[in-house]
Design a protein around this ligand. Structure first.
Ligand code: ADP
Length: 580
């Protein structure tokens, strides 16, 4: 049995446990892969939107070029430069200030005396930079790409540059929070305007001012490369042009919100318009728009950040419950199989014991019969009294053999579910009296005191005389076999009116003063083939079928047979049969 348990553990339980563990692991891997995919989706959307916004800025750039050319018109660029601010603002609402510069010389427009404060302040703040007197740190880009200046950054640059290159958002899913993931892909350049313009025709310069970034778009006419026309973009107009580009498809929009963040991480536009992030600085994924709008980010936020975690937890718990259920089913099933196998093994062992017991039972009477028959056949016994005694032994032993074989056959018939004995009204008291009369002389000669307490009148039951006699004989013969030392056999028959719905019964008790049945075995003595001392050398022969057969016969009579210890020592077997 221990072996079966070990085989079960190694062949079924441990592999099932391992499979369960592997299933949980693969679930975790799948969840990670799903999260990665989700992040990739959000990141790709952010990248695409950032690219589209950069494209829109390029479109503005081209738009500006066309307008500048229109303003120059038939004039020379040098002439058109003087009134450029005023003329541009009239036709192009995106321009906050229009400017024109003669490279390395002077700012033509706006004038330092302009009537608008914003134009005057533009002139004041940008004059030195535009005329090449001062180098400033800028993000610059032309249609050929990012400006890369060969000149080394100005004195304080290295440290400042490091600070500039830090992104102002930190995506939650973008990986670790190391400085590397915080670093911006943009580069600043320290230069004056002339250097930035170089030999390009047009471009964008973002200049960091104390409170914000100023975006300058510039263009120069092919007719006069010394004059550069430009515009400082009006922020609200710029945002109004960019906002429609933030549109995402409905399935994406149901899960993610998208916002355009400026350099101070303020959301300038968002889709859906109503959504709000817990922290604008911590999007799910984000992408920088580029040098044309430095430090502006397209940020993607989860509308319900708990949703994937809740779904993952539900899936995890479902899996864990399934695996636990499976393991429990395997364990319970295994336990049941082991129990069943154990039962089968025990039964097989008892059957083997039964065969040896029956053989032993047969052998003893057969030996006596053969011995006495041979003696008689050889004619060596001449004394008629001795001959009669020998013949009597042969008769008694044959009867014993018949009883044994009958017992086994009866049991086999009941076991096969053969025809039940026919029941008739009969007097149980009379039957007990007659049956006992057959055995009493033998019992008395074996030293038994036989006490009978039977009612004076008949006790009528519906029964089969042979079957009931068989029960009584089995009980008496057990007393003879197991309780001979007690020298007492008491048979008592009473009637019991029965409680409430129970029918009135006849109760026969067969009591002895033998060793009794050990408490641990009392529940099992009615099982077939069960014997308390089941060894051939226990001295008492038997097949473990007597009580089992008697109990079945009692059940055929709608009755019962039970055992209880006898007060003062010994065993009592009680047979109950309903009264007719
Ligand atoms: P068998 O007598 O062939 O062994 P039984 O079914 O008649 O089979 O009895 C089962 C077991 O119950 C016996 O082996 C014996 O140990 C125990 N037993 C039965 N009757 C008595 C009794 N009167 N006193 C003590 N033990 C008994």
């Amino acid at each position: 049995m221990k072996r079966a348990s070990i085989i079960f553990a190694f062949a079924v339980f441990i592999p099932a446990l391992l499979l369960g563990g592997l299933a949980l692991r693969s679930l975790r891997d799948q969840r990670l892969a799903f999260e990665r995919q989700r992040f990739q989706l959000a990141q790709d959307a952010a990248d695409a939107l950032a690219k589209s916004l950069a494209g829109e800025v390029d479109e503005m750039q081209r738009d500006f070029g066309r307008r500048a050319e229109a303003i120059i018109g038939t004039n020379t660029p040098a002439l058109a430069a003087w009134s450029f601010d005023e003329q541009l603002r009239q036709t192009w609402p995106l321009a906050e200030v229009g400017f024109s510069v003669r490279l390395g010389a002077e700012v033509c427009s706006p004038s330092v005396f302009d009537k608008r404060e914003v134009s005057r302040s533009f002139h004041r703040l940008n004059r030195d930079f535009l005329t090449g007197v001062e180098c400033v740190e800028v993000f610059a880009v032309t249609p050929k790409g990012r400006i890369s200046l060969s000149s080394p950054p100005t004195t304080a640059a290295p440290q400042k540059q490091q600070a500039d290159l830090v992104r102002n958002v930190l995506p939650t899913q973008g990986g670790d929070e190391s400085p590397a993931s915080l670093r911006s892909r943009l580069q600043t350049s320290a230069a004056d305007f002339k250097q930035l313009v170089g030999d390009a025709q047009e471009g964008i310069v973002a200049r960091r001012m104390p409170d914000q970034l100023d975006l300058l778009i510039w263009h120069r006419s092919a007719r006069d490369s010394q004059v550069v026309f430009g515009a400082q973009l009006e922020r609200s107009q710029l945002v109004a042009r960019l906002a429609p580009r933030l549109e995402t498809d409905p399935s994406f929009r149901s899960e993610f919100g998208v916002a355009l963040l400026d350099e101070r991480v303020t959301p300038l536009a968002r889709t859906p318009a109503s959504f709000n992030a817990v922290s604008w600085r911590r999007p799910f994924a984000a992408s920088e728009v580029g040098e044309s709008l430095p430090h502006w980010e397209v940020a993607v936020y989860e509308l319900d950040p708990t949703k994937p975690a809740v779904a993952a937890a539900t899936l995890r718990w479902t899996f864990a419950a399934l695996i636990t259920g499976l393991l429990a089913a395997i364990a319970i099933g295994g336990w049941l199989v082991v129990q069943e196998t154990r039962r089968e093994v025990l039964l097989a062992r008892r059957k083997t014991d039964f065969v040896s017991n029956v053989s032993h039972e047969l052998k003893t009477p057969l030996t006596s019969i053969r011995m006495f028959a041979e003696l008689l056949a050889e004619g060596r016994v001449t004394d008629p009294e001795r001959r009669r005694q020998h013949l009597e032994v042969i008769a008694v032993e044959s009867a014993r053999l018949t009883r044994l074989v009958d017992g086994v056959l009866d049991f086999a018939r009941l076991e096969r579910g053969g025809a039940a004995p026919t029941l008739k009204r009969l007097d149980l008291a009379g039957l007990i009296h007659d049956t006992l009369a057959l055995h009493e002389p033998r019992l008395r000669s074996a030293g038994f005191e036989v006490h009978t307490r039977l009612p004076a009148g008949p006790v009528t039951v519906r029964g089969n005389a042979d079957a009931l006699a068989q029960i009584i004989v089995n009980l008496i013969s057990n007393v003879e076999k197991y309780a001979a030392d007690g020298h007492d056999l008491t048979l008592e028959l009473k009637t019991d009116p029965g409680e409430r719905s129970e029918p009135a019964r006849a109760c026969l008790s067969v009591a002895d003063r033998g060793p009794g049945i050990p408490t641990a075995c009392s529940g099992r003595i009615f099982e077939e083939f069960y014997r308390v001392h089941d060894t051939l050398d226990s001295g008492v022969s038997g097949a473990g079928l007597g009580l089992s057969l008697a109990q079945r016969l009692a059940q055929v009579h709608q009755g019962a047979l039970r055992h209880q210890p006898r007060p003062g020592g010994g065993a009592v077997f009680i047979l109950e049969i309903p009264l007719a």
